[in-house]
Design a protein around this ligand. Structure first.
Ligand code: ATP
Length: 354
């Protein structure tokens, strides 16, 4: 899609979106609630009439300002939503074969059974939807969307109504099937972990615009602005100033050599960037830090730390250490900074934290 704009009344909810999905690629539209993800998906599906820009499938316009609006059923796209309703009076097999009207019955049946098997639903072909759990219904809905082998799959929060354990399994199966059939897929989610698991590329949206597009690794390891950093999880934020190519913080100096001397900056430090080591001997030397509180969260421990810089500045920070690491309250600690998880951005008026 190119330069896609969309407004509801006077409110612009999609503003100048350019996005490509290659055959076999899974692209996740990720972003907070209300940023325009579903609207964009509905435009691609033809459920919203395009207002500005163009949408093409396989090189041919399916929606453009002076072109005919191609209705959803003629677009060769597969749709599955959060609560995809199955036809209650049809069996699972009949639901999945529903869109395969042009094929001989035997082929229809074989294709549907193969998809059901790939999604872990073999043995349910003759069952009616009301006899299935929510997770099973969602699998059938995915199989139904995939059955006509669409060029483009459009999935809107397809796993969000499932409980956590089931969700992981269905995500896994779905990704496997999507890759096997080689469909181009656009998947909407507000869950960064889901996007990182499912996506070849993520398009992170905010207020109707794409802020950054890239592989999960690019967005996580090379975020282009503070919004991208914060979207992928909790972050400690400090302010500072560039001096001799660095920013001094209570947990060490951070490289900022690409910024002009004196630039005011935001330093964003992921809790995982702080490696905490207990001090064996009480030390009153510089960079003295101590534990305020330690909590076990299961696979990791969250430490609330008070760090003191050389200049006497104090900062309260969260550190996350793998496994069980629970120093006593007040325990002196040393902190080592993993610079790959620290990001420095120039402060913009009104966005700094002072
Ligand atoms: P969520 O994750 O909550 O579903 P989203 O990112 O998918 O959010 P959209 O559903 O695309 O966001 O909605 C974008 C904005 O457009 C929201 O503010 C929403 O209230 C508004 N909106 C969506 N559909 C309509 C509509 N039919 N009429 C008026 N406003 C709408």
């Amino acid at each position: 899609m190119r330069s896609v704009h969309h407004a509801f009344g006077k409110r612009d909810v999609v503003q100048g979106i350019d996005l490509d999905v290659a055959p076999g690629e899974v692209v996740c539209l990720l972003g907070p609630s209300g940023c325009g993800k579903t609207t964009l998906l509905r435009i691609a599906a033809g459920l919203e009439v395009l207002q500005q820009g163009r949408v093409a499938l396989n090189g041919g316009d399916i929606a453009a300002p002076h072109a005919r609006h191609v209705p959803p059923e003629k677009r060769n796209v597969g749709l599955a939503f959060q609560e995809s309703a199955l036809f209650p009076h049809l069996t699972v097999l009949e639901n999945v074969t529903f869109g395969l009207k042009h094929e001989p019955p035997k082929e229809r049946r074989l294709r549907a059974l193969a998809l059901l098997e790939q999604l872990g639903m073999d043995g349910y072909a003759d069952v009616y939807p009301h006899m299935l759990s929510g997770g099973q219904q969602q699998r059938v809905a995915l199989a139904r969307a995939l059955a006509p082998a669409p060029q483009l799959m459009l999935l809107d929060e397809p796993f969000s109504s499932l409980d956590a354990r089931l969700r992981d399994r269905i995500r896994d199966d779905t990704l496997h099937v999507l890759k096997k059939v080689g469909a181009a897929t656009l998947l909407v989610t507000h869950d960064p972990e889901e996007a990182m698991f499912m996506a070849d590329r993520i398009a992170l949206m905010c207020d109707g615009r794409i802020v950054q597009t890239g592989t999960p690794r690019e967005l996580y390891c090379a975020p282009c602005d503070p919004f991208v950093v914060t979207f992928f999880g909790e972050v400690n934020e400090l302010s500072g100033e560039v001096r001799n190519g660095c920013v001094d913080t209570p947990v060490g100096a951070v490289d900022a050599g690409w910024l002009a001397e004196g630039t005011r900056v935001r330093v964003m430090i992921r809790p995982e960037a702080l490696h905490v080591v207990e001090r064996k001997v009480a030390d009153t030397g510089h960079r003295y830090s101590h534990i305020i509180m330690a909590k076990l969260l299961g696979r990791s421990s969250l430490l609330h730390i008070c760090a003191h810089g050389e200049d006497g500045r104090e900062a309260h920070l969260h550190a996350r250490m793998p496994g069980v690491f629970l120093p006593a309250d007040g325990q002196p600690v040393d902190i080592h900074l993993d610079s790959s998880q620290v990001f420095v951005f120039p402060s913009v008026a009104g966005t700094g934290t002072g």
